[in-house]
Ligand binder design. Sequence first.
Ligand code: PLP
Length: 395
Amino acid sequence: MLERFIYLDHSATTPVRDEVSDLMQYFLQARYGNPSSLHRFGRYAREGVEKARGQVADAIGAFSEEIYFTSGGTEADNLALLGFARANASRGRHIIMSPIEHHAVMDSGHQLEKEGFQVEYLRVDEEGLVDLDALSRMIRKDTILISVMHANNEIGTVQPIEKIGSLARERGARFHTDAVQSLGKIPINVRGMWIDMLSASAHKLYGPKGVGCLYVRAGIEIEPLLHGGSQEAKLRPGTENVAGIVGFGLAVEMAVSEMDETGRRLNEMRDHLWNGIRERIDGARINGSLKHRVPGHLSVSFAEVNDASILTGMDEVGIFASAGAACASEEAEPSHVLTAIGLTPQEARATVRMTIGKDNSWDEIGYVLDHLPEIVKQTRERTMECSGPATCAGR
Ligand SMILES: *Cc1c(COP(=O)(O)O)cnc(C)c1O
């Protein structure tokens, strides 16, 4: 075991809360019936799943019947884009999305292009905010879907989704939002925000990995991606992940009930961390918007650094942060999000994302501020050595 570690990667995933893992354990071992079975054990499992459906629906202002459980955020995004486009192709084949969407949305868009749909990308400004006027001009008669995420995973920027939603509604297009990074952190109301489809995932809000949901407003047609039984109104067949679903329901309910208080604290800690970095390290800049930002999220780029070895240095002293998105960290390509907001590939590589969670302490933030300046200094010294004629291959 590590002597000390400080987990600052809550946008990548979070630990499961005790209350949630206790409930899941109970459903795994004592309430293991199949929700489709008609006997009492089946009914217990069904009750667990339906209670969770209500908890998720309440968290976003939806009706229970509008919630479809999936294997996570990725599947929800695929189901929203592919399922909606395929079911509505006769109405049009034009789709608009932001250029900073999660790969689950981006790559679903690429798949739809192969199927004959046309995907157009909105512009974002240097804070990552979408241009509403440009969106308004881009919507056409055959635009069937607009997909813009609520909060961005890499830079934390929160989009004006109720304005996007009402614009979509006015102009006859449907609106999907990936709310994986915002649910449980900032308020969401699908009716007040004119949202037709919304993706969520449990493991970003202290629930288990491998479960999430898609909200689909009543009356919106989508095609299933999987075929089989009649679970989830046939939109997502397969025996339900009962333990995961009940865990998701409780995790969402708890996150929403603690949202205001936790959000305030995480923002104070984020401000303290960012101010401390600015005071101690020259050439540090924050990515995204400070004003329109999800709580506890910090993304910083350091000048005069040309690789990701700050992260290695942080790891050595037990601080776990990430570059851009966790799932993209093995790619050589610079992040599409950071380059879309104007960073050069070098600046994108010299970026560290620190995302604070509910269990981080002030003491831990102090520890990071004690160690980070030296790590950046050493990385910069290596960068200087490497920028001469000598090569630094292998570093
Ligand atoms: C994590 C994440 C996803 C993917 O969710 P999984 O449950 O891990 O599949 C999708 N969108 C965003 C914005 C995310 O942060």
